[in-house]
Design a protein around this ligand. Structure first.
Ligand code: ACO
Length: 344
């Protein structure tokens, strides 16, 4: 641990200081994203696979996906998204104490993508990768929030970056049509609030895992094995069934923990796996469709990158405003799932 960091960090807050006193809050200051240049439509896939634009759209809502070229590595895309998040926050590299990259598709087994990003940015402090498949960004937010509230870091970049095109079996129409590549990032900074739902910042996070379901969605190889890099294998129907139940539970617990009603949610920014799952959660929250951020049609499923990419979309076009209450949720391989409630 960097000694300077310990000295500069704020003291941890007592667990219960009452609503009148100040609590450390993790404020989401800036958002950034990067999408690969190359766009691949459903029709292009249908030229080399027994599938169709109609089938893909009807079952998933996906119209196209971005696919990385060789020069668009996981670390490159993560760095681009991080730079934009810092710029958007009006922050500099000197404000970064820690970098967390959520990814299931790092360029190398080690060093971590996060330290490649650190070097590219010229930042100091510490960094590591986090593996929780599609829930990785929610896990990253939760870990960063704990670092900030405990005083271990004041400024944290949380990045979701994925190159799923490299773990696709391009002969398997049941999976390869569903995923895309990209990166999204947020810059989080220590701030203060009164410990109420009106505070800006991360209001609650919830994480879950159920390891005995590890075999319904997995990669059958390892990073760095050129002879067998591994392909994604999924029992789609099983994943779908668990997603609807678990995500409904986790949005309910997120609101209960912050003492807020469903009607307080301004935006749902869900993991972008399937439009039918997204619509189901939106309906459960009683949110009109225009309050649910959807990018799965353009980005497909970008795993840990999907939530920050969707957040960036709605933040940069002005839909999501400062003060809005944003509910994020994801479920992925593990199974892992979780939620984060954030006032922007
Ligand atoms: N084009 C045409 N036909 C296809 C395709 C395709 N791309 N893929 C599968 N089919 C066929 C199947 O072969 C099958 O044919 P058969 O009836 O002749 O055997 C038929 O379509 C139905 O297949 P199912 O897999 O049962 O289709 P289903 O309706 O379940 O839809 C889907 C599949 C879209 C994958 C759905 O199960 C789903 O969305 N599941 C959730 C997956 C998910 O969200 N994963 C991500 C969450 S976790 C994460 O993000 C990593």
């Amino acid at each position: 641990m960097d000694q300077d960091l310990v000295v500069r960090a704020p003291s941890p807050q007592p667990a219960d200081t009452g609503a009148g006193s100040l609590h450390t809050r993790t404020i989401l200051e800036g958002v950034g994203s990067y999408l690969p240049r190359r766009v691949v439509t459903n029709d292009e896939l249908a030229k080399r696979l027994d599938t169709s634009d109609a089938w893909i759209r009807e079952r998933t809502g996906i119209r196209q996906r971005h696919i990385a070229d060789d020069d668009e590595s996981c670390a490159f895309m993560a760095t681009q998204a991080a730079r934009q998040a810092l710029e958007n926050a009006g922050a500099g590299v000197a404000d970064v104490d820690a970098i967390i990259v959520a990814t299931a598709t790092p360029d190398q087994a080690f060093p971590a993508t996060a330290v490649r990003v650190q070097a590219a940015l010229g930042a100091t402090g510490f960094g590591f990768d986090l593996s929780a498949a599609c829930s990785g960004f929610i896990y990253g937010l939760s870990v960063a929030d704990a670092f900030i509230r405990s005083g271990q870091a004041r400024g944290v970049l949380v990045i979701g970056a994925e190159v799923y095109s490299r773990i696709m079996n391009w002969e398997d129409r049941g999976t390869c049509v569903l995923f895309g590549d990209g990166a999204g990032a947020v810059f989080l900074r220590a701030g203060h609030g009164h410990g109420t739902g009106a505070d800006r910042g991360i209001l609650s996070t919830h994480l879950h895992a159920q390891g005995e379901l590890g075999d319904i969605l997995y990669v059958d190889g390892a990073v760095g094995r050129h002879d067998r890099p591994g392909h994604l294998v999924m029992q789609g129907r099983e994943v779908f069934r668990h997603a609807v139940t678990r995500l409904s539970e986790t949005v309910t617990e997120a609101l209960a923990a912050a003492g807020l009603e469903q009607s307080a949610v301004d935006w749902l920014v869900p993991h972008q796996a399937n439009l039918r799952i997204i619509d189901g959660i939106g309906r459960k929250l009683g949110l009109p469709p225009e309050r649910v951020v959807v990018t799965v049609d353009r980005h497909a499923n970008t795993s840990a990158a999907s939530i920050p990419l969707a957040l960036a979309d709605a933040w940069h076009d002005g839909r999501i405003q400062r003060g809005d209450l944003v509910l994020m949720e994801a479920l992925g391989g593990g199974l892992t799932w979780g939620s984060a409630l954030v006032r922007m």
